[in-house]
Design a protein around this ligand. Structure first.
Ligand code: HEM
Ligand code: 2DC
Length: 467
């Protein structure tokens, strides 16, 4: 018979002393390493209390599979308390990211049709393709300017702009013009605010943000400032579309927002809330994943060559038929899975169990917060042979892939932006690899740091050289 819950391994008996040790080890930026250590100390399942959160950590794919069986039809993840606190403070509605229950499910189903379904995807593919093409043009400009026949830089800012331009083209059917030298200051402020928002979230994760708010501390003030800027800029974009809606006569597709407004299915305030989340969620996620993908491809030139040949062949067979093209690039897709294995955006996936569940022979009561340590899973040699090796082919047969590709989460609560992100990243890699060789100093190892999502620990310098 299963062992009782209170026999789970781990130092879970005192949440506040747990938090104290967490502080001492600079846990804020190192959660992913501390988690790896914990798995080594306690094994594949342990319990931990940090401040207000009490969770069970698992790591093995077969255990994740059990967890997702008991997530129910309204799955819920760990609540990022400061994000709720801001909306309550400013009297704003929750979007699909923060909603729960039936309200979440109804809205999510409507949004799925727009951004996650195959039909939705086909509508926005050409919009993403054109932004990818423009990025190539922008790189050529930089190459010419350098006068050295190549461009070497930390691409973070360029990639933030690329990602924001992409997601806005999908949401609003309009270009912001961020792939030029001069960009409007509001867009730059939006990008900076998302970074500040993530940065100020992590210190308030384990201590109730109300404490920070009542003490009027700068973390809370900066958090409010950053969300204010995010919402203001999104509001401007949304207003622009809203007021030009009646003037449009043709019935060509002009983005997710117009489509939602014309359906009259969701209340305007709900649409605004979810569109703002999509716009903000579309910047750091894909840009950092693309940066890691290029870093890995630069360090593995033979893998890069294989991707390039696959793309050449696909282009030859498919021409500019985007659907046909995207069906012929399994290795490119595998390279992105491989990138997210080593460099996940989310350090963990979390769910509250909807009934009593047995995992690893422990009885986990209903309502427990269970986390799947994604970063630790991706680097565990028992799960991925030679985990340090960037080896996209492992996803294409030979090794098991069962519950191993979880970068976007799983089930009905998985990433809503998944198709946008995947298509944006596939097309980006296609265009870049068709035109440039990606190089980097292979002696430099770049680690990871946690600022709510995982970022490179130091700037990555990449070189793009025209073929
Ligand atoms: C949720 C990862 C890009 C919007 C999530 C979750 C993960 C994730 C792990 C939680 C899923 C779960 O709990 O099962 C990623 C990765 C990305 C990416 C790895 C790119 C490489 C995007 C983009 C957008 C976006 C481009 C917007 C266009 C969202 C939203 C949710 C979400 C709105 C919450 C969905 C809900 O609660 O119903 N993402 N994401 N993400 N993501 Fe992404
Ligand atoms: C952060 O312990 C670490 O996609 C916590 O686009 C557990 C946790 C819960 C939810 C995760 C979060 C982590 C990382 C960032 C995620 C978020 C769910 C959605 C969000 C993964 C792992 C993200 C980046 C969204 C953000 C949209 C927002 C900017 C409006």
């Amino acid at each position: 018979s299963p062992l009782p819950y209170d026999q789970l391994p781990g130092d879970w008996r005192n949440g506040w002393s747990g938090l104290y040790h967490f502080f001492r080890k600079d846990g804020f930026h190192n959660i992913h390493h501390l988690m790896e250590e914990n798995y080594q100390r306690f094994g594949p399942i342990y319990r931990e209390k940090l401040g207000t959160y009490d969770s069970v950590y698992i790591q093995r794919p077969e255990d994740a599979a059990i967890l997702f069986q008991v997530e129910g039809i309204h799955p819920e993840r760990l609540r990022i308390q400061p994000w709720f606190e801001y909306r309550d403070y400013r009297n704003k509605k929750y979007g699909v990211l923060l909603k729960s229950g039936e309200d979440w499910r109804c809205q999510r189903l409507t949004l799925n049709r727009e951004v996650l379904s195959v039909a939705g995807m086909n509508r926005f593919l050409p919009l993403l393709d054109s932004v990818g093409q423009d990025f190539v043009r922008r790189v050529y400009t930089h190459v010419e300017r350098s006068g050295r026949g190549k461009w070497t830089a930390d691409l973070s800012q360029e990639l933030f702009r690329f990602a924001l331009e992409s997601v806005c083209n999908v949401l609003y059917g309009q270009r912001l013009g961020l792939l030029q030298d001069y960009i409007n200051p509001e867009s730059q402020e939006f990008i900076d605010s998302i970074n500040l928002m993530f940065d100020t979230t992590s210190p308030m994760l384990y201590i109730p943000p109300r404490v920070f708010r009542l003490m009027n501390l700068s973390v809370w003030k900066n958090h409010v400032k950053s969300w204010d800027a995010i919402f203001n800029h999104a509001d401007l974009c949304i207003q622009g579309i809203y007021s030009s809606l009646r003037q449009r006569s043709d019935n060509t597709y002009s983005g997710v927002l117009s489509s939602l407004l014309l359906q009259h299915q969701l209340p305007l305030e709900d649409i605004k809330a979810s569109i703002t989340e999509l716009m903000a969620g579309g910047v750091d996620t894909t840009s950092m994943t693309l940066q890691w993908a290029m870093y890995e491809l630069a360090r593995a030139p033979s893998v890069q060559e294989k991707l390039r040949s696959e793309i050449k062949a696909a282009r030859k067979a498919a021409g500019n038929d985007l659907n046909a093209l995207l069906k012929r690039i399994p290795l490119v897709k595998a390279a992105l899975k491989e990138t997210l294995r080593l460099h996940p955006v989310a350090i963990s996936l979390q769910r509250y169990t909807q009934r009593d569940t047995v995992i690893r022979n422990y009885m986990i009561p209903r309502g427990t917060l269970v986390q799947v340590g994604l970063y630790a899973m991706g680097r565990n040699p028992d799960i991925f042979p030679s985990p340090e090796k960037f080896f996209p082919e492992r996803w294409l047969g030979g090794e098991s892939t069962h519950f191993r590709s979880l970068g976007f989460g799983f089930g009905p609560r998985q990433c809503l932006g998944r198709r946008i992100a995947e298509m944006e990243m596939n097309l980006f890699l296609i265009h870049i690899l068709e035109h440039f060789r990606i190089e980097t100093n292979r002696m430099i190892e770049v680690g990871t740091t946690f600022k709510l999502i995982l970022f490179p620990f130091k700037p990555i310098h990449l070189t793009l050289r025209p073929l």
